[in-house]
Design a protein around this ligand. Sequence first.
Ligand SMILES: [Zn+2]
Length: 128
Amino acid sequence: MLRNKEQDKRRWLDLAPGDPVIVIAGKDKGKQGEVLRTIPDQHKIVVKGVNILKRHEKAGQRRRGVQVAQGGIVDFEAPLDYSNVMLVCPHCGRPTRAKHTVLESGARVLVCRHCGEPYERVRKTEAQ
Ligand SMILES: [Zn+2]
C-alpha cells in the first residue's frame, strides 16, 4: 500500500504531549504515564516514568548545547516505539484505540471505542 508522508503525520497526531497512555509491550508493559513528547520522525514517543535508562555524564560535557555542571548518573526517559503504547480513556479508564470522528461543527475529535465518549485534550502543541 502506498503511504505518503501526509498520512504518516496525521497518524502521529493521535497522541500529543499530556495524553495519558498505557504501555502494552516491552519491559515496561502495564505501566501508565503521561506523554512528555513525541518524535514523529522516528515513530517514537517519550512517556513520563516509562523506559527509564541511566546516562553517565561527565562534568564539563556539553549536552544539547548545555554544559553539564555535575557529573554522575542521570535517570532519563528513553523514547519507546509509538506502537507500544495505547491511549487510556479518561472516561472509562480503559486502554483504547481511539477512532477519529468529525463533529457536525467540523471539529475533529477522538472517540473512545469502549464508551463512545469523545476524548478532549488541551492542545499544547498544535503545530510542531
Ligand atoms: Zn472510554
